[in-house]
Design a binder for this molecule. Sequence first.
Ligand SMILES: Nc1ncnc2c1ncn2[C@@H]1O[C@H](COP(=O)(O)OP(=O)(O)O)[C@@H](O)[C@H]1O
Ligand SMILES: [Mg+2]
Length: 366
Amino acid sequence: MCSVPSLAVMTGDSVDIARIAEEFALDNEFTWGSNVKITGKSGAVHKFDLVVTSKKDENVKVAVLHGISEDLVSDIMKFNAIASDCGISLKALVIEKDLDDTEVNLTHMYNIVTIDQRQSLKPKSDIFGVKELDESLGGAMKRGNVYMVSGKTGVGKTTTATQFLVQGARLGEKGAIILTDTRGAEFIANAKTFTFGFEEYYKEGTIEVIELSDRIRELKEDVLESLKSRSRYIEKLTGEINRIVIESNISRLVIDPLTPMIVENDDFVNQFIMSLAIPHTYMLVTSPVMKSDVSMYGIEEYFVSGIIKLEMDDPSAGIRKASIVKMRGGSYSPYPFYFKITTKGIIASQSERDLKGGSIFKRVEA
Ligand SMILES: Nc1ncnc2c1ncn2[C@@H]1O[C@H](COP(=O)(O)OP(=O)(O)O)[C@@H](O)[C@H]1O
Ligand SMILES: [Mg+2]
C-alpha cells in the first residue's frame, strides 16, 4: 500500500505546484506533500521530492522530481524506477535549465512531463505593487521561500508587509499577517487609515489578521533545554502555521516580527526558518535590528532566501531607503529604492542627496 503524509513543508527551492496541477488537469482540486515517503510494491520505502494528489480521486498522483542535481541522468532513472515501484504513472520533472539530449531522451522514454519553471516564476512586477521596488527586485522573490524585511522601529516594516498583502489581495491571492508583538485591533485601526485598500480586503476576508497568543511564552520556555523540546516547539508552531495556510488557502503570509517566535541559537533558527518555507506561499517575516544591521540576533540573515533592509535616509524629510542586501537565485538591483510613507502607503521619492545635488544655489527661507 502506498500512503502519503499530508504535511506540506518544503525546504529548499520552490516548485510551482499550481503549474504541475494544471499540466495534469487536476483543476484546482489537489493536495501536495514534499519529501514524501511511499512504500513500493517491492516493500522498499521510496522518497519523492513532491507528490501532488487529486482531491477527486486519491489514486491520481503525480510524482515530481526537482531536477537540480548535477547527475540528472541517474536521478531520472532512479525516479522512474521508484515511481514505477509505487505504481505512479504520472511523472513530472521540474527544471530551471536546458536539458541535454540524453536527459531529453530519457524523459521521452519514461513518459516524464518536463516543466520548465523559468517562464512561470520569472519577473512579474507584482510583489509589493510599488513599481520601483518591484522592478528593483526583478522577480527574484519566489513562492516557497522565506524573505525578511528588516530595520529599526518606525522605518516602515509593518507598512511594507501590509502593502505586500494588499497587493496579493488585488491579484486575488489570500493573505494573512501573524502579529507577534502588536494587538490585532491596534494593527487594524492603523492599517485602515491607509488608502491603499486594506480595509476592504480585510472586511471581505481576503486578508486575515492573526494574533499570537500568550501561550507562546510557556511553549518557548524549555526550548533550549533539550533537543526534543526544541523539535516539539518547532513542529507545533510551524505545524499550526501550515494548517492556517492550507485551511484558509493562504498565498502570502507575514510574520511581524519573527523575533518573539525564535531564540538565539543557530540550529534553532536554521530549523525554524526552514520549516517556515511553505510550497506555493510567499513568506515574509520582519525583524528589528540589534546584533547585526539586518536582524535581532545576527543569525536570521543566514537562513532566509532574501533580505530587504529599510533605513531612514533623511529623518527630517521622512525619506527612507530600501536596499536588497541578499536575494538568492535572482538578479536584482544593487541600487537602493528611496521612499516616503504617506496615507497612500509607500511612495517613491528622490534621495535627499539627489535633491541636494540638484542645484548649487539654495534659496534662503524667510
Ligand atoms: N496609517 C498611516 N498613515 C500615514 N503614515 C503612517 C501610517 N502608519 C504608519 N505610518 C508611518 O510609517 C512609519 C513606519 O511605520 P511602521 O511600518 O509601523 O514601522 P515599523 O514596522 O518598521 O516599526 C510610522 O512611523 C509612520 O510615520
Ligand atoms: Mg512594525
